[in-house]
Design a protein around this ligand. Sequence first.
Ligand SMILES: NC(=O)c1ccc[n+]([C@@H]2O[C@H](COP(=O)([O-])OP(=O)(O)OC[C@H]3O[C@@H](n4cnc5c(N)ncnc54)[C@H](OP(=O)(O)O)[C@@H]3O)[C@@H](O)[C@H]2O)c1
Length: 316
Amino acid sequence: MSDQSSYPEDPLEGIELGFGAWAWGDRLMWGYGRSYNLGDLRAAFEYALGAGVTFFDTAEVYGQGQSELILGQLLKAAGRPVKIATKFMPFPWRLARQALMKALKGSLRRLGVPQVALYQVHMPLPPVNIETWMEGMAEAVHAGLTLAVGVSNYDTAQTRRAHERLMREGLRLASNQVEYNLLNRKIEKDGLLKACQELGVRVIAYSPLQQGVLTGKYGPENPPPGIRGGQYNRRYLEKIEPLLTLMKHIGSDHAGKTPAQVALNWVICKGAIPIPGVKTLSQAEQDAGALNWRLSEEEVLRLDEVSDQVEKELSK
Ligand SMILES: NC(=O)c1ccc[n+]([C@@H]2O[C@H](COP(=O)([O-])OP(=O)(O)OC[C@H]3O[C@@H](n4cnc5c(N)ncnc54)[C@H](OP(=O)(O)O)[C@@H]3O)[C@@H](O)[C@H]2O)c1
């Protein structure tokens, strides 16, 4: 095993919450340019920095590069250091590890920065194996293009493989970004969360609000718009009502915290970093309000219990 003290700085140290930028520039799934625009994103971004949220997650594929371009534009005006995480998509036509360096350079160009804090493999797609991409990642760290290496959507065995390959390079796997929220606790149940904690790999929780559903603003009478409405339909929204009721109740015991703030705080209590997607100033204000307070252990347990009951109902 390599000497831990020789590892480079951990850019995720001390980070409790970040913001996700999938919707930034994405018209198809999220409706950029219709219900929100660049002005909304600028206001959200500036508010975030003022509130101490300085970690942003994007990807080369978000809005086909638009998310990185917008973030780059906003970064230029940021008066303080910002930590950017972006992602490499292992498209099946990317067959050699050099493709990773090339893609990273494209991301850096769009972002207008010389280095990102975290570069992640977006998902474990064939045909190239995990070890090859980790070799590419090591090259990127040694070239100073990223401070740390992450993966995303990796299961326990895949995470261990990535971790082991990087250890041989004298590097650590900093993070695994996976879906995790009160309506999807798969990583708690299949052992991934525990394995990551044992390996010292931070879990970054994506869709921590179940794509807006855990904010409580949608219901059987008003499902989310667009593509989301298919998955989170009337039947689904009826079944999750007991959980939302409990979240509202618990929030009111904490000086009027909202369900979104309870949902994000629950993720933080589990030791993961939630990265809610924000599109507007008011969403940024609300989501940053998940910081600087804590649910009690009893409240976390109660939320777990009701989320288990809801999961059973949803599986029927
Ligand atoms: N690695 C991966 O494969 C992967 C996959 C998915 C996401 N991600 C990352 O995770 C981030 C977050 O995930 P996500 O965007 O899927 O889901 P999410 O964070 O669970 O939900 C975000 C959506 O919820 C709504 N919202 C957020 N805060 C709100 C508030 N305070 N009040 C009311 N509505 C609010 C907004 O949509 P509306 O206003 O339209 O409802 C927002 O776009 C993404 O931006 C991306 O960076 C990664």
